[in-house]
Design a protein around this ligand. Structure first.
Ligand SMILES: NC(=O)c1ccc[n+]([C@@H]2O[C@H](COP(=O)([O-])OP(=O)(O)OC[C@H]3O[C@@H](n4cnc5c(N)ncnc54)[C@H](O)[C@@H]3O)[C@@H](O)[C@H]2O)c1
Length: 359
């Protein structure tokens, strides 16, 4: 039986989903909701049950709610007031993330998943971390590579490998999102996004906060804790992308992204030390093509993690279930804060380097 039918049946049976299923409220009914989170939650129908969805675009909210066999919430406050909503997924544009996540935590929800980027300023990130600590709500950030089984495998192998990287390279070569959005999902409503022209400095900041953000928390964990990045080179690539070089203590970090017009994809993160080498290959965003792969070589021995069926989106929601059920502690909110500071620092330095060149 297809997952959507199972979802509708689970709702229809007793109106409450599978016994013990965790109630989810979704904020924002756009592409990431339709192409990523709903298909993922529909595969986890025994664990989660979508109770409510809110989008200020009422017809879009109703259309997506209709697909799920539920009613759309007429406003955000109604979604928060729904006691069957235990977990809130904030999948709206970044400008709304902090305010909505704070409101959800203060409304007593057990957990909040905020799509990347977490928020728009360090002040907001500090308030989110403080609210998570004060309310005890679990705060998860939808940077899916942090949950990818390949990265989880790397983290358990790294301490023994004493990698001490000298060079870290993040390489993201992708077709435009639209190509994967269109074929990776059952998008119920397609939406033409208006073409917006940004200055190179604004574009650089957006590229870091929206795309590089997927791998920068991983890069930070490969560095010595607390080391501050210093961006030494930043370029915007045409038609879309960036090339950035930075120094972090003794480590050279290269960040490269190129969005082109063909189908070739390559999403890799490599870290090379004097005696060991780590290589992670990820599947592109939106597609449900399983996890990434990992290889860690040292002393002629290679430890591998082959692709597993669960991708990062799937394991992010599985992790959410373990946390809500008390089987695992929530992530440390201060790590989210440190990740956000790291990402924003790079974004601002890279952006101001471009600004200086353009002056
Ligand atoms: N993890 C990933 O792979 C991934 C992929 C794409 C997007 N994202 C992130 O997901 C978020 C949404 O991106 P998208 O591609 O779905 O954008 P989108 O433009 O397709 O959808 C955003 C939706 O939010 C709605 N919205 C606007 N204001 C709102 C508000 N105040 N409250 C609730 N909803 C509101 C809009 O009407 C729209 O339906 C962004 O933060 C983006 O960076 C993550």
């Amino acid at each position: 039986m297809v997952d959507r039918e199972r979802h509708l049946m689970s709702l229809g049976r007793d109106g409450h989903g599978y016994k013990g299923a965790i109630g989810v409220g979704i904020v924002g009914a756009g592409v990431v909701t339709q192409a990523v989170h709903i298909p993922t939650l529909e595969r986890l129908v025994d664990t989660f049950c979508i109770r409510s969805i809110y989008d200020p675009d009422v017809s879009k909210a109703q259309h997506v709610a209709g697909h799920l066999g539920i009613e759309a919430s007429s406003d955000f406050e109604q979604l928060l007031a729904d006691s069957s909503v235990e977990v809130v997924a904030i999948l709206s544009p970044a400008a709304f993330h902090a305010g909505q996540a704070l409101a959800a935590m203060q409304a007593g929800k057990k957990a909040v998943l905020v799509e990347k980027p977490l928020c728009q300023s360090v002040d907001e990130a500090e308030r989110l971390a403080a609210a998570a600590i004060q309310t005890g709500a679990a705060l998860l950030v939808g940077a899916m590579h942090a949950y990818d089984p390949a990265w989880i495998a790397a983290q358990s192998e790294l301490p023994a490998a004493s990698l001490s990287p000298t060079l870290i390279r993040s390489n993201i070569v992708l077709p435009p999102n639209g190509q994967f959005e269109a074929c990776a999902s059952e998008v119920f409503l397609t939406q033409e996004r208006p073409a917006v022209t940004h200055s190179p400095e604004v574009l650089m900041r957006l590229h870091i906060l929206e795309l590089a953000v997927h791998d920068l928390p991983l890069v930070r964990r490969l560095l010595t804790d607390g080391v501050r990045p210093r961006v030494v080179m930043a370029r915007i690539l045409s038609p879309m992308g960036y090339a950035i070089t930075l120094e972090a203590g003794d480590v050279l970090v290269e960040l490269f992204a190129f969005i082109h017009e063909h189908w070739q994809t390559d999403w890799t993160l490599e870290a090379t030390g004097r005696l060991a080498h780590l290589r992670l290959c990820f599947t592109p965003s939106f597609v449900s093509a399983g996890s990434g792969t990992m290889s860690l070589s040292r002393d002629g021995r290679v430890v591998r993690h082959d692709a597993s069926p669960e991708n990062g989106y799937f394991s992010e929601w599985r992790e959410m279930a373990r946390i809500v059920r008390g089987e695992k502690p929530p992530p440390d909110p201060n790590q989210h804060l440190a990740d956000y500071r790291f990402v924003l620092d790079i974004a601002e330095q890279a952006s101001s380097l471009l600004f200086n060149v353009g002056q």
